[in-house]
Design a binder for this molecule. Structure first.
Ligand SMILES: [Zn+2]
Length: 207
């Protein structure tokens, strides 16, 4: 079982963000969110290549790539990319100083590697894009392209981090009032509600 939870203030087991979800509003953020409870007892939903294959094939992800082949030796690169993207997006969510040069350098390195694999082919009487690389590289290309689009658009200023103390998931706040607090009401939003309820009825400080 991939999904884990943690004990709430009541000592009851309360599930945390479950497995793969696509609440980020961007492929790159959903990729970064494949770690549950990032700020607490974290749970990596990408434990094996099979997890990555399953994630990529989900209807909200990249089903048009078909069943991607991810090898064990691809995993280190996938996890490294996920971490540097998290570090790249985090300053937007925290509204802290950004090391723009560093951000751009890492992304540009990936872009130059991955975009060089794209080529035009003439097939069946028409010209179309093709990708000449491994499935892991094609997956990385889609994620890095999305990250570059996000960072070079005004949307990056709307990146937020879930306010749950352990969740750590990132999302684009598209709420009308720009006051979305949780990755998902079903998970962290509900946990916060349960904590408030408990505090009100047991006289303990609200979390
Ligand atoms: Zn959350």
């Amino acid at each position: 079982m991939l999904a884990k939870g943690h004990r709430g203030v009541m000592g009851r087991f309360i599930p945390s963000t479950q497995d793969f979800q696509f609440i980020g509003g961007s492929l790159a953020l959903d990729f970064v969110n494949t770690v549950g409870n990032r700020l607490g007892e974290s749970c990596d939903y990408f434990s094996t290549p099979r997890d990555v294959v399953r994630w990529a094939g989900m209807p909200s992800c990249l089903p048009h790539l078909g069943i991607v082949r991810i090898r064990r030796r691809d995993m280190a690169g996938i996890l490294r990319r996920r971490e540097y993207l998290y570090q790249t997006f985090l300053p937007f969510a925290e509204r802290t100083k950004r090391n723009g040069l560093r951000m751009v350098a890492r992304l540009n390195h990936d872009i130059s590697q991955l975009w060089s694999k794209k080529t035009l082919r003439h097939k069946d009487g028409r010209i179309q894009w093709a990708f000449e690389g491994s499935d892991a590289e094609q997956l990385a290309h889609a994620i890095v392209s999305d990250a570059a689009d996000l960072l070079s658009s005004g949307r990056c200023e709307l990146i937020r981090q879930c306010q749950d103390s352990s969740c750590g998931w990132l999302y684009i706040d598209r709420s009308r009032k720009k006051n979305r607090r949780w990755c998902s009401m079903r998970d962290c939003g509900n946990r916060a509600k349960a904590r408030r309820f408990y505090a009100q009825h047991h006289g303990e400080g609200a979390a």
